[in-house]
Write a protein that binds this ligand. Sequence first.
Ligand code: ZN
Length: 84
Amino acid sequence: MAKFLLLLALAIVVYLIVSRARRQGEQPREERRPAPPPSIPEDMVRCAMCGVHLPRSEGFASRGRFYCSDEHLRLSGQRERKDE
Ligand SMILES: [Zn+2]
């Protein structure tokens, strides 16, 4: 058992030495640079009619909702009128 503990202590010491050497080896230059933005360059919106996702600039907005096409914008307007 004592042998095992000695081995464990040795392993910890070796680990500490290696990790310290590695930290000194690589000089942290601009390590805190902000990560590049995720692959989505633009806000994605969801068509309120069919649920498809599309960039905000390609969507059609109406009364706080977005639609993938002019047709869906029109259809939703008709449907809402029918519901009322
Ligand atoms: Zn749609």
